[in-house]
Write a protein that binds this ligand. Structure first.
Ligand SMILES: *Cc1c(COP(=O)(O)O)cnc(C)c1O
Length: 443
């Protein structure tokens, strides 16, 4: 039934020729895990330049939300390209307004929002940081260990997921205080009776950090990923977000949800923070919003966002019309069934992984929401020592057998396929994954 996947062991001769040219002229700063050289993609499948076919569980890092080159996205982009491709945010066009109207409708807060349009995740985070300082008149921030918020100097000051992202770049923006992210599998604090690790982290902020090390009325915002992404696809325990919201309210601190990876339907809801019934003051959006056309957005409660005055923040490309039509169509497709599919396929994969885990002692923990799923590898379940090398080998084995997956955290493999993926491809992908785990466990 299924078409053949690997014809030539990758990277094949055509791929290797491109890797060589790439190494001569492209920045060596890009961190690649393996040599997949893309030729084309359709839905949740991709082909390399040597004709090999792969199932795509990475979706361009959770960006190709509607799958590769969805025909309706392609048509919308083509039609807009014939009208105009750029005009700049010095002028007006209706598509920008429509995108902001749609974001206002789906944003995770009841209050209306104002929307700033950008071109990437890091830019949407920069906008949130600048707005938080501007609107509150305060300068300090709280971020989380293991967080990833981008690589420009402002967002980088919060990023703490990998040493190589930080090395030789200090000092970044001052005023960011890092606290542990509550990880139910690897708690760093004793869990209070009747509570969870989320209570413990908020108690630490309130009783240890506040007020002696950091006066709470100098804190502009807490910046947090609802599900920590690059840090290891960590789902916080139930009490964390409700308690964090209370803490922010008590001290007049803004809560910024970085939904760049977890947002736009990926977890089976528009925004991951909705799983905990908590409203942020600001939400950062990018990755899945426009199916691969670069777009970022920062949506703030009107009472906060309306404090900016003309010239306080801006850019040249934000609200690009090609990105806008792609975002509008992406939101329509996700609302029209893909979000539901993400919830169903996600539950199906988590079930299947629970069963796979019973056969593989190297799988320490499986977690996720919707199609944002992490599998953590350990040397053995009792010691929970991360099995980083093993994880890396599994990622490579998957590639060699026709499945694209990416690592995150210390020893986690993540699944983040397009939201339209169907059960047949999911099963084919899981089979390749389990075979890779078996092979690597027997090395
Ligand atoms: C990817 C990511 C970013 C940065 O996005 P870029 O488009 O790479 O700048 C920020 N926050 C989170 C949570 C991300 O996953």
């Amino acid at each position: 039934m299924t078409t053949q996947r690997i014809i030539i062991p990758p990277p094949g001769p055509k791929a290797r020729a491109i890797l060589e040219r790439d190494a001569r002229v492209l920045s060596p700063s890009y961190a690649r895990d393996y040599g997949f050289v893309m030729e084309r993609g359709y839905g949740a499948e991709v082909w390399d330049v040597d004709g090999n076919r792969y199932i795509d569980f990475a979706a361009g890092i959770a960006v190709n939300a509607t799958g590769h080159s969805h025909p309706e996205i392609v048509r919308a982009i083509q039609a807009q390209a014939e009208k105009f491709i750029h005009i700049s945010s010095d002028y007006y066009h209706e598509l920008m307004v429509r995108v902001a109207e749609r974001i206002n409708e789906i944003a995770p807060m009841k209050e209306d929002v104002t929307v700033f349009l950008a071109n990437s995740g890091t830019e949407s985070v920069e906008a949130a940081i600048k707005l938080a300082r501007y609107a509150t008149g305060r300068r300090q921030f709280i971020g989380f260990l293991g967080a990833f918020h981008g690589r420009s100097m402002g967002s980088l000051s919060f990023t703490a997921s990998k040493a190589r992202q930080q090395e030789r770049f200090f000092p970044t923006m001052p005023g960011v205080w890092h606290v542990p992210f509550p990880d139910p599998y690897r708690p760093v604090f004793a869990i209070p009776s009747g509570g969870d690790e989320g209570d413990a982290v908020v108690d630490y902020i309130e009783n240890v950090l506040f007020p002696d090390a950091l006066p709470p009325d100098e804190v502009a915002a807490v910046l947090v990923e609802p599900i920590q992404g690059e840090g290891g696809y960590i789902v916080p325990p139930p009490n964390f977000f409700p308690r964090l919201r209370e803490l922010c309210d008590r001290y007049g601190i803004l809560l910024i949800a970085d939904e760049v990876q977890s947002g736009v339907g990926r977890t089976g809801k528009w925004w991951a923070i909705e799983h905990w019934g908590v409203e942020p003051d600001i939400v950062c959006i990018a990755k899945g919003i426009a199916s691969g056309v670069p777009m970022g957005a920062m949506a703030a409660r009107k009472s906060v966002g309306a404090k900016w005055t003309p010239g306080a923040h801006g850019n040249t490309y934000g609200g690009n019309p090609i990105a806008c039509v792609s975002a509008l169509k992406t939101i329509e497709l996700i609302a029209g069934g893909m979000m539901q599919n993400a919830a169903e396929m996600g539950a199906y994969i988590l079930d299947a992984l629970a069963e796979i885990q019973t056969r593989h002692p190297s799988i320490g923990h499986v977690r996720g929401k919707g199609l944002m799923i992490g599998i953590e590898f350990v040397k053995d379940r009792a010691s929970q020592v991360p099995a980083r090398e093993m994880r890396n080998t599994i990622v490579h084995r998957c590639f060699e057998n026709g499945l694209l997956v990416l690592p995150c955290g210390h020893s986690v493999v993540r699944f983040m396929p397009a939201l339209m993926i169907d059960k047949a491809l999911v099963e084919e992908g899981l089979e390749i994954f389990e075979r890779a785990v078996t092979e690597v466990e027997h090395l």
